[in-house]
Design a protein around this ligand. Structure first.
Ligand SMILES: [Zn+2]
Length: 95
């Protein structure tokens, strides 16, 4: 396991790779972060609050898993911050 700051660098890098692999834009409006795709957010279509280890750990694990397997998780959608907020407030809209 790399040290903590290296791990967070890698996390940022792998997260961006996943965003690009998913098309690099909001699935609702097509916003691409004005070419800064790191601004896009990963929305979980199933609530992750109840997962083992807590939600941050779950997302971390998912990103590392993606890096190893190159399989895009089926329970996430790529959204801009606006649509992410709307989706979280009204899950029915997106589901
Ligand atoms: Zn959007």
């Amino acid at each position: 396991m790399p040290n903590k700051s290296r791990a967070s660098e890698l996390y940022v890098q792998y997260r961006l790779e996943l965003i690009m692999a998913m098309g690099g834009k909001c699935s609702v409006c097509g916003w691409n972060g004005e070419n800064n795709q790191a601004l896009l957010e990963l929305h979980h279509t199933q609530p992750k609050e109840s997962v083992w280890g807590g939600k941050n750990y779950y997302v971390m694990k998912q990103i590392w898993q993606w890096h190893k397997t190159r399989i895009i998780p089926s329970n996430i959608l790529l959204l801009c911050p606006n649509h992410h907020k709307i989706a979280d407030r009204n899950r029915k809209l997106i589901l």
